[in-house]
Write a protein that binds this ligand. Sequence first.
Ligand code: GAL
Length: 395
Amino acid sequence: MRAPLRLAVAASAFLVAGVLPALPARAADLALTPPMGWNSWNKFGCDVSEKLIREAADAIVASGMKDAGYQYVVIDDCWQVKRDAQGKIVPDPERFASGMKALADYIHGKGLKFGIYSDAGTGTCEKRPGSKDHEEQDAKTYAEWGVDYLKYDWCNAEGQDTRESYAKMSRALRASGRPIVFSICEWGSTKPWAWAQGVGHLWRTTGDIVDCWDCNKDWGGLGVLHIIDLQADLHPFGGPGHWNDPDMLEIGNGGLNPAESRSHFSFWALFAAPLIAGNDLQKMSKETADVLTNREVIAVDQDPLGMQGRKVRDHGSQQVWMKPLADGSRAVILFNRGTLAADGNVAWEDIGLAPGQKATVRDLWKKADGGSFTGSFKGKVGPHDVLMLRVTPEF
Ligand code: GAL
């Protein structure tokens, strides 16, 4: 299966390259590791304001998240209210009274980057103006304001061609002269992993995440476990500058217990997913901050090789997942989907090591070396929990 899939990706990338101008050097260098930041939607929905965004930027710095690598501060839907007589998009004058340029300056002053949201259709999902037929004007406006990241949604786009609509905004962003990370959000509906490399830097692979472990919503929202399962076959498609995006993080929003929060973060890192926090950073508990800033797990996500991890062993409720890392080590997740503690076990041949190979095993949540092992490693894993390991061959 894997070789034909790769060929399909290469072929679609070639086709896309045929319709787009060459990437300016700076845009091509964007998102060489998965973007990290914060977005307002999961916790605050439409209740956004410049005060909230400034406070989020302050908290990213104060909490240590900036030092851990979080960079983009992204306002999701509802910042915009209308277009003016010239068609220029107008931010909510009460909630963003100082204007977007001032907000961008504030965020840049903290050493962070500024992200914004629009939609490829006539209106956003919350019925604010979309960018259809205003792509160039909007891209220029974003560049003037100092925007560094655009999330581009897919509501109210009936009858539009998905690829062409995203390619149009991609071209407009490139023509704006400012390097802007382009985040495609059509919920995986047209399998963007097969066409969006070269159009955007990341693309959503599923419907919206819901703050729960195992649930589905009738509007298409998905719990963390369901999203994990939907990533299993997508590992050939992610890489530097073009990432699969399983949606923003729900850690700290109340619906996941500590084990589930650890599992959520571990899997997003193993998937080389964008790490976009979605919680209230000002009221964040120490436990939540400790998960979001675990540097050894973040290093797996940000590994320069940029490979997405995959499932290598499936025993039903016990699974083994693995991501190869640039230094020759492997990130490994022993995953217990069950409701009782169980033994997890990884055999070296499942992660591409010879059975006689000696390797150091480090536990990335305990932040401790477990010693040197030959052939396999096993350990107790709590319900809905993971053991996340870094297995480094000894030579
Ligand atoms: C959805 C999107 C969410 C959020 C929301 C805003 O389509 O998937 O992440 O952006 O729209 O209305």
